[in-house]
Ligand binder design. Structure first.
Ligand code: NAG
Ligand code: NAG
Length: 248
């Protein structure tokens, strides 16, 4: 019969598979190991679509550069006078749209990251999100309190909503994102305005060439939406929602 000649062949084939499978699995594991270990000495994301700008020899020199802009009396004068109403109005429109999409409500506890003089905080309070505050290296009471976004001065799971348009100012983008995820409540929403197709200002510490590295940095959140915006030199809005289940 035909089957009697096939059976021994099949048997030896199965034997071969069962012997080689453990080796295959072992080699796969060995091959994966090097890529899954990231050096603690490189806090910057190595992905090429996120490029760190050269010129910051230390964290101190980075802070000094940021303070130069934040404390510039001419800029501060413009921010608090000529710029004020227009920016509060435009931020108010952005936030109203987020409200309509149920990503923000009057009851949200909200944080604006890198808020300088706090136009976005004024906009939030103006549309009824009264429990909102900003952080920046230089405080501007009562809207903005002192805080470095690389190490937010808040407990875990504090906010329902966080907004920022200063991702490009982060010297340690991974830390910037990790701090947002740490201080957001489960189910909390993070809205970022970033520049993808154009370059941002001379105070930027990084340049983003696609959303990929940014999305990969969010470990416990999912993307809610991405859309084009015209946000004071920033062209893309990305909205994340922190997952409800603790996964870390
Ligand atoms: C939110 O606050 C605004 C401004 O105070 C108010 O007009 C609006 O009715 C409030 N919305 C809700 C749903 O309470
Ligand atoms: C806060 O969150 C961080 C990271 O998500 C975690 O490592 C840390 O243990 C948490 N701290 C507390 C007090 O729960």
């Amino acid at each position: 019969m035909k089957t009697t000649t096939i059976k021994p062949l099949l048997k030896s084939f199965l034997l071969l598979i069962s012997i080689s499978l453990p080796f295959y699995v072992l080699f796969r594991l060995l091959a994966i190991t090097p890529t899954s270990t990231t050096s603690p000495l490189t806090p910057q994301n190595p992905l090429t679509d996120l490029r760190m700008r050269p010129g910051f020899s230390s964290y101190e020199s980075y802070i000094k550069r940021q303070l130069d802009k934040t404390l510039n009396p001419k800029l501060r004068e413009i921010w608090t006078t000529r710029d004020w109403e227009r920016k509060v109005l435009v931020f108010g429109q952005f936030f109203q749209e987020l409200k309509m999409h149920h990503l923000l409500s009057n009851d949200s506890k909200a944080l604006c990251i890198g808020a300088r003089v706090g136009q976005e905080v004024a906009a939030l309070r103006g549309i009824g999100v009264v429990d909102s505050v900003g952080i920046d290296l230089v405080p501007y009471p009562p809207l903005v309190i002192k805080g470095d976004f690389h190490s937010q001065p808040f407990d875990n799971e504090t906010f329902d909503f966080e907004f920022s348009n200063v991702f490009d100012h982060a010297l340690f983008p991974v830390k910037f994102v990790a701090e947002i995820e740490r201080t957001l409540k489960p189910g909390g929403v993070c809205v970022l305005h970033v520049a993808i197709s154009r370059r941002s200002d001379k105070y930027s510490a990084n340049d983003l060439f696609s959303l990929k590295p940014l999305i990969e940095m969010f470990k416990v959140s999912e993307v809610v939406h991405v859309r084009k915006v015209d946000g004071f030199g920033l062209d893309t809005e990305v909205v994340f929602r922190k997952k409800n289940v603790q996964q870390y």
